[in-house]
Design a protein around this ligand. Sequence first.
Ligand code: R5P
Length: 302
Amino acid sequence: MRPMLFNLGIGDGLFDSLCGALDAQAATLEIRSFPDGESYVRALDDCEGRVVTLACSLDRPNAKILPLLLAAETLRDLGAAQVGLAAPYLAYMRQDTRFKVGEGITSRYFADLLSRHFDWLATVDPHLHRFHAMDEIYRVPARVVHAAPTLAQWIRQHVEQPVLIGPDSESRQWVSEVAAGAGAPFLILDKQRSGDRDVRVSVPDLARHMDRVPVIIDDIVSTGRTAIAAVSHLATLGAPPPVCAFVHAVFADDAEAMLKAAGASRVVSCNTIEHPSNAMDMSAPLAQACRDLMATSPERRR
Ligand code: R5P
């Protein structure tokens, strides 16, 4: 039987591509709010005995998470043989330690919550920093898709003579991978963040690359302050206007407008979060991850 794919919050283009790549039935859930604000969930396709995947990008997660979990439980209750989650963007990965006394390690709690309701998880470049692997916090099989080859290909095709600029020391590993794929040199910023919207950066050793086009790459753009600080700093050094390429275009509030106003020549992102800047398609590797997880995960009926 063909697997079923439900769209609970990814772009239509990505959803159609995933359905095609997985040879999946595009299935529908009715989800709406009752007048009192509670969620109403109804499956409009019969999922008895079927392998189902919910596709939901978890940016702005708080509004999405309860309907998502209720949908997963509804489908399992209706006889789904396996319920997987394809979350191209996975939320709550950045609060991965107690930065201040009394804080919660919400990455861990969120992972625990999803692990209770899904049989597996496929995602794209989650923000693994102090946790090095998903199985440190997820109790179900979790497959990570890397965007580095896609970013490298886009840069190769669209930027002549690039020099890649990574946001912080933790990014060195994947920035170096993108740079190798793009056949370009790379630099890593010195970054200090002292608040949600207070970021300072400096670019070491740019002098020998002034004839190249800077490409600032980051896994997440949220407030945009990291990228804005980098763009502004490059301008003070007399570098050409940089291209900004992100995996996950969260873009809180007016971040995108501020980034363009700061002097970015072009802003592009992967289609893990639907956004006008989407220029790189992650459907093929994400579908492959889902296919592998479906094939290797056991059935878990209620
Ligand atoms: C941080 O470790 C990440 O790699 C990004 O640099 C960060 O999430 C960007 O956030 P913002 O856009 O709020 O500066």
